[in-house]
Design a protein around this ligand. Structure first.
Ligand SMILES: C=C(O[C@@H]1C=C(C(=O)O)C=C[C@H]1O)C(=O)O
Length: 286
């Protein structure tokens, strides 16, 4: 039985605290919604856990985390963080030559789920290696003290790429494109099925606001670029190039890349079952 309190409870929305989601989230205002809602900021790995445990109801999460829990989630249509090639913020910094890295030690940012598993696919399936992996706080120099390579994502990768560190750098989006000919989806917007069922109007209101922000940000990127320069650094040219390389759609080409990633992840034993890409709201009523 659903009580009145249950129907009108606060809905929690997870927002990844990296610039790559700004083209969807910039301008998102929970006060404009037809429901009580709160935005919870976090690194992808934190939001992956909070959504899984029901601490939040709807969120941008790692696409890998969606794959792990797709029975409990639905996808908000046509929202993602994807790229058709180089991303500039999914970077493997090499202290040793690649030949040594293949069987060496790699430190991986503890904030990531999709890219750490993409790196395993690249190292093991594409490069025929078998390195040792360890999760670590995203700090390039600390990571490389005791490893041959370090994986950073998001703003951590961007800031590190601007340093004069002297390491060779591989872009995981570019490698995926070279080997598969496909793009890749790194994050999706997922809603818990139980929340979608209990609070259909609230989720509809949140979705409308996200879709409208995305439309507005696509039509005028200037405010996002200005904000990125102010908060993170770099030049307007850098950020225009960065956002040009990303897609926030989730159409047939993005889905093809993600399906192949899930297939490889299963073949390597990183994921258990097949993953269905079920969309809200159709699946709520199925
Ligand atoms: C493009 C990116 O996509 C991301 C990568 C994620 C992951 O590896 O789990 C999760 C969300 C996104 O932040 C990025 O971080 O730069």
């Amino acid at each position: 039985m659903t009580t009145l309190e249950e129907n009108s409870r606060l809905i929690r929305i997870g927002r990844i605290d990296y610039a790559n989601v700004w083209p969807v989230f910039h301008g998102f205002d929970e006060k404009k919604l037809d429901c009580d809602a709160e935005v919870v900021y976090g690194m992808p790995a934190e939001l992956n856990r909070k959504l899984r445990e029901g601490e939040i109801d709807v969120a941008a999460i790692s696409s890998f985390a969606y794959g792990m829990n797709s029975d409990d989630y639905l996808l908000l249509p046509d929202l993602s963080v994807s790229a058709a090639g180089a991303v500039q913020s999914l970077l493997l910094f090499l202290k040793s030559p690649l030949e040594k890295v293949r069987f060496g030690k790699i430190m991986m940012s503890s904030t990531s789920a999709t890219t750490v598993n993409l790196l395993k696919i690249v190292m093991e399936r594409f490069y025929g290696g078998k390195p040792e992996y360890e999760a670590a706080e995203p700090n390039l120099h600390a990571m490389l003290e005791s490893a041959d390579a370090a994986l950073l994502i998001g703003d951590h990768a961007i800031r590190a790429s601007w340093e004069n560190h002297g390491y060779r750098v591989l872009d995981l989006g570019e490698i995926w494109r070279l080997w598969t000919g496909l793009g890749m989806t790194f994050a999706v917007w997922a809603v818990r099925r139980d929340a979608a069922k209990r609070h259909p109007d609230a989720i509809a209101s949140i979705y409308r606001e996200l879709a409208s922000c995305k439309r507005r940000n696509l039509a005028d990127r200037e405010p996002i670029v200005r904000e990125a320069v102010r908060r993170i650094g770099g030049t307007p040219d850098y950020w225009n190039g960065y956002f040009d390389g990303l897609s926030h759609d989730f159409g047939p080409s993005e889905q093809a890349g993600l399906n192949l990633y899930f297939q490889y992840a299963r073949e390597l034993g990183l994921l258990d079952g097949p993953v269905g890409l079920e969309r809200w709201p159709e699946s709520v009523h199925a």
